[in-house]
Design a protein around this ligand. Sequence first.
Ligand SMILES: [Zn+2]
Ligand SMILES: [Zn+2]
Length: 237
Amino acid sequence: MVVDAQFPASAPHVIEELKKLGEKPFKYLLNTHHHGDHTAGNIAFKGLAEKVVAHQNSLVNQKRAAEKANSLDQQLLPDTTFGTGWKAPVGDEKISSYYYGSGHTNGDAIYHFENANIVHVGDLVSNRKYPYIDRENGAHIGNWITALDKIYRQFDHDTMFIFGHSREPEKITGNKADVKAFQNYLQNLLTFVSSEIKAGKTKDNILKATSIPNAQEWQGEGIQRSLSAAYDELKGA
Ligand SMILES: [Zn+2]
Ligand SMILES: [Zn+2]
């Protein structure tokens, strides 16, 4: 099984490497959410993966985005979808998927490999890197914070987490503390933007901030995406 497929140009490389491990078929391609950097490469698994699994909103979003871009023929859409969760045995391993409502989009699922105790959280965690907050596809920072709290409490200190994005490539995996740190980032983002609104600042002025107070570990490009999403959410726009 494979979690997420990146892009059509990069997916064949991972397929090639995985085939070196044996000629067994791919039972499942699991999608964490619909964004192109996670599902555009699904097409490379056509005829190779028995089933493509995703949350039901992820399928809706992927289909809508492809229709809008007139690229439906280049998509391999999920054929197995779920609402609150999904479970399946694969060999000696057990996969459990969970959904916590709106976060990074409205269709983010996480996949737990129970025996290995590894969980892929997709873009629900952006490790020390400003996240994309996709309000057009149902993102909600307030509920995202709640979702991360549930994830934090559900897993243990030995659980290895795989993140959708990381500022430093070698920190694409981590532990519970990193989940908490990202939750703190989102909380401090809301607190900061809320206080700026109360101080009478305009959206344009708020977007000029270059860091989020009490969350300086988050750096790089894209702080405006966070600030803008927080502003719109707080204003109910
Ligand atoms: Zn994403
Ligand atoms: Zn992503």
